[in-house]
Design a protein. Structure first.
Length: 94
C-alpha cells in the first residue's frame, strides 16, 4: 500500500501544520508526512515518533577486513606510490 503512495510534504516539528501533533506527541515527534494514494484518491497524514530510547553503540559501517574502493587521481603521484607500496591494485577511472 505505502509503495504505491507518493510523499508530497515532509514537515519537521514546529513547522506550520504540526502544532496539534507537537501538542499530542511532544518531543517524541520526529516528522509529519502527507502521502497521496492516487489509486483510492485519498490523502494520508502520517507521523514518525520515537517509541523507545535506550543506550547503545552504533554498529561500525566498515570492519577492518572490509575492502573499500578508493579513487586516486592520476596527478596524485605520492598517494599512488604509497598505494602501490601497500600492494593495492590500480583501477583507472576517467
Amino acid at each position: 500500500m505505502l509503495k504505491d503512495m507518493k510523499t508530497h510534504t515532509h514537515l519537521k516539528p514546529g513547522q506550520k501544520g504540526t502544532r496539534k501533533l507537537v501538542e499530542k506527541y511532544g518531543a517524541s515527534l520526529l516528522c509529519v508526512r502527507y502521502r497521496y494514494d492516487e489509486i483510492r484518491g485519498v490523502r494520508l497524514k502520517t507521523v514518525e515518533i520515537i517509541v523507545e530510547e535506550k543506550a547503545g553503540k552504533l554498529p561500525l559501517r566498515y570492519r577492518d577486513e572490509n575492502t573499500v574502493s578508493v579513487i586516486v587521481a592520476y596527478t596524485e603521484k605520492a598517494l599512488r606510490d604509497r598505494r602501490t607500496s601497500l600492494g593495492t591494485p590500480f583501477v583507472y577511472s576517467h
